[in-house]
Write a protein that binds this ligand. Structure first.
Ligand code: 15L
Length: 270
C-alpha cells in the first residue's frame, strides 16, 4: 500500500495522523476543505469540498487506500451534518468505487452507540443507538461501508473512535481514550491486513474501565500501548471540577446525550 489519501487533514486528529503516517506512507496525499497548518513541501495537498462529487473524484483518483476523517466532527445543525457527513460520506465511497480504490478506513465515532448506558459492555454487533445527528451520520457511514464492501468488494474498516489525545482528559475519557499511536495501529490494519473485508472496531487504547468489547480488533493483531489508567488521578480531578450531568453521566456518549435532551432517562434504560 503506497498511494494513500487522508481526508480531514486540517483537523486535530488529521494533524496528528499526518505526522505519524508520513514515514509509513511517504506519498501520503492530504485533503481538506481548508489548507492544513504548517504544510510541508513534501506533503501533497489537494483541497476538496466533500459535498461536491467532482471534487471528491479528483482527490481519490490514483489512490489505493483512503483514511476518511473528513466531515463535521461534533454535533451540528442538520444542514451541516447532511452536507458534510451524509452527502460527503456517500460521495467518498462512491468516488472510491468509481476510481477503483481498494480500501477505506472510515472514522466512525462512539456517538453511533452513545445511548448505551455506561453499565453495559457492548461489542460491535449491537444495534446502533446514536446520541446525536452527528452519531446518526456515523451509523450511516458504517452502513454505507458495509454496502460498498458487500456489493462492490471494497475493503472497509470502520473505527468507532473514542477520544483521541495525548491523555484521557476526564473520567469519561478514561473509558474511551485512544492514543494517536494506537490509532495508527488500527488504521494500518485497515489499510494492510490481508484478511480484512468489512469490520467495525472500537478506536480505544487499553482501559480497565472500557465499556467496549474490542475482540474483533485484537483478532486482527491490535495490541494497544496506551494505558488509560496511567492518567487516572488527573482525569478524575478534572471531572470533580465539572458540574453533574445526570443524563450525560449515565450514558456512554456523555454530553452528546444530554445536549437537546427532552426524554425520560428511566424510560430508555433502568
Ligand atoms: C467525537 O466523535 C468527536 O469527534 C470528538 O471531538 C470528541 O467529542 C469525542 O467524540 C468524544 O466523545 O469525546
Amino acid at each position: 500500500m503506497k498511494r494513500v489519501l487522508l481526508t480531514g487533514a486540517a483537523g486535530d486528529v488529521g494533524g496528528r495522523l499526518r505526522k505519524l503516517l508520513k514515514p509509513v506512507y511517504p506519498e501520503l496525499r492530504l485533503s481538506d476543505i481548508k489548507t492544513p497548518p504548517g504544510l510541508g513541501s513534501d506533503e501533497p495537498f489537494v483541497a476538496a469540498d466533500l459535498a461536491k462529487i467532482e471534487e471528491v473524484e479528483k482527490i481519490v483518483d490514483g489512490m489505493e487506500g483512503i483514511i476518511h476523517l473528513g466531515g463535521f466532527s461534533v454535533e451540528g445543525p442538520w444542514e451541516t451534518i447532511l452536507q458534510s457527513n451524509i452527502i460527503g460520506c456517500y460521495n467518498l465511497f462512491e468516488a472510491a468505487r468509481r476510481k477503483g480504490v481498494k480500501r477505506v478506513v472510515f472514522a466512525s465515532s462512539n456517538h453511533a452507540i452513545g445511548f448505551y448506558p455506561r453499565t453495559q459492555c457492548i461489542g460491535t454487533d449491537v444495534t446502533v443507538r446514536p446520541d446525536s445527528r452527528y452519531g446518526v451520520s456515523k451509523a450511516f457511514g458504517e452502513a454505507l461501508g458495509a454496502l460498498y464492501a458487500d456489493k462492490h468488494g471494497l475493503r472497509v474498516l470502520c473505527l468507532r473512535i473514542g477520544n483521541v489525545g495525548d491523555r484521557p482528559i476526564d473520567k469519561r475519557r478514561l473509558s474511551i481514550w485512544i492514543s494517536p499511536e494506537d490509532l495508527v495501529q488500527l488504521v494500518r490494519i485497515g489499510l494492510e491486513h490481508p484478511d480484512l473485508t468489512y469490520e467495525i472496531f472500537y478506536g480505544v487504547s487499553f482501559s480497565e474501565r472500557s465499556w467496549w468489547d474490542n475482540s474483533r480488533a485484537y483478532a486482527y493483531g491490535y495490541r494497544p500501548t496506551g494505558r488509560a489508567e496511567d492518567h487516572r488521578d488527573a482525569a478524575l480531578a478534572a471531572t470533580a471540577k465539572q458540574p453533574p450531568d445526570p443524563v450525560g453521566d449515565f450514558f456512554q456518549g456523555g454530553p452528546f446525550c444530554s445536549q437537546e435532551f427532552t426524554g425520560d432517562r428511566n424510560r430508555i434504560w433502568r
